[in-house]
Design a protein. Sequence first.
Length: 174
Amino acid sequence: MTIIKSRTSLFSILMLIGLALLAEALAYTAWRIRDGSARLEEYQALKRSARSYRYHGDLGVVLPFPDVEIIIPSPEFTDRFLTRRLPGLPGGFFDDGLDEEADVVAVAVGDSFTRGVGSTDPETYGWVERVERSLEWLDIVNLGNSGTGQLQQFYFYDRVAPGSAGGHGWAKFF
């Protein structure tokens, strides 16, 4: 009697394992048919992007690392931003870097529109970069910050460069 019971239990366990493997194979096949590999790559890139931020306790701000790609998905489009280090500032910023040969350096402070959200390539089609390319003597540092209003930006930039929000604090960096 115990031999029959153990054979039945073994058979049941093997059947469950077989069904689980079959379900896994069917799910994988359906996933591949529905272009799951592209979604997986985008998900992995999004995870890397989310891990690319650091809290700067001395300033009380969170900034991305320099020289990383930050991905911001939305239902309509996916933005990909490269971050660069700016001299004298911590973390990475969504700008093409500082042009040492420019006669004049300006700072563009604004929201997601300033950053270039929604353009297929912010460094090519964002308005800040387009103005910068059209005026060769000018370099514009893009400090557009998505998802914030003017008051939050005022506090953020004043923490990163004290005195900047009130006037000339950014001048010491450029």
